[in-house]
Design a protein around this ligand. Structure first.
Ligand code: ZN
Length: 254
């Protein structure tokens, strides 16, 4: 932390006090927390696969044009993250949930690491890489097989073609996720924004919605974001190092 060490200390203790006082917390998490578990972002050069860009594969058009190809890519992505495990930041959020009267974790991540760490109230804005949705009957099934046996996978109920249960470019975030997020913001005392660049909508606006509703917003990120100046506290650093410092574990390990 070098020269900024003192400032970071002050921000850490302020954030810690605010969290201790609050009984209702909403968290918005993004790719940063997953990256600390070795999950690639699958954007930019990270997203390149056989010279395809993710933007050209993660769309409904690409899927209906060539479902087998898009599924091969998702199968590859599933393989790429199958060994990823939650990091201390994920575990800290799961523990914080146990200590609060109300706690909602909204995530842009599709890797399921929050649930693996023990988080229960998770809203997935962009779906889940381990879920398959039937394009005929809409049935959603969990499927952790790596690799998948047949591509595209078929619905166990009606035999229809399955698709990844994720939100693609040009698709809408499920309305119930938005509704529940807005309600959770309304009922919260404090919002934590973790590991998100703050430019992908609608997640980007959620911090501003919270500010306008008079909530305290604490941002944890590797670097400043376009919205940092609007938030109450910004702590720069890895979420896996900072989050464990923001609460007192309820169980003393000996
Ligand atoms: Zn079906």
């Amino acid at each position: 932390m070098g020269d900024t060490g003192d400032t970071e200390e002050k921000e850490l203790s302020e954030a810690r006090e605010i969290l201790e006082r609050s009984s209702s917390v909403i968290v918005l998490s993004g790719a940063g927390i997953s990256a600390e578990s070795g999950v690639p972002t699958f954007r930019g050069t990270d997203g390149l696969w056989r010279n395809f860009r993710s933007e050209n594969l993660a769309t409904p058009e690409a899927f209906w044009d060539n479902p087998g190809l898009v599924w091969e890519w998702y199968d590859w992505r599933r393989r790429a993250i199958k060994d990823a495990r939650p990091n201390p930041g994920h575990f800290a959020l799961a523990e914080l949930e146990n200590q609060k009267r109300k706690f909602t974790l909204v995530t842009q991540n599709i890797d399921g690491l929050h649930q693996m760490a023990g988080s229960r109230s998770v809203l997935e804005m962009h779906g889940n890489l381990w879920e398959i949705k039937c394009t005929k009957c809409g049935l959603v099934t969990k499927d952790y097989r790596v690799p998948l046996e047949e591509l595209p996978p078929l619905c166990p109920s009606c035999g229809g073609m399955g698709r990844p249960n994720v939100v693609w470019f040009g698709e809408l975030i499920p309305m119930d996720v938005i509704d529940k997020t807005l309600k959770a913001i309304e009922e919260s005392d404090v919002m934590l924004i973790i590991g998100t660049s703050g430019v992908v909508e609608p997640a980007a606006s959620m911090g501003l919605v919270a500010k306008q509703a008079g909530k305290t917003v604490i941002e944890i990120n590797l670097e400043h974001t376009p919205n940092s100046s609007l938030f109450d506290i910004t702590i720069l650093g890895k979420s896996g190092e900072i989050l464990p410092l923001l609460y007192t574990p309820s169980v003393a390990y000996s």
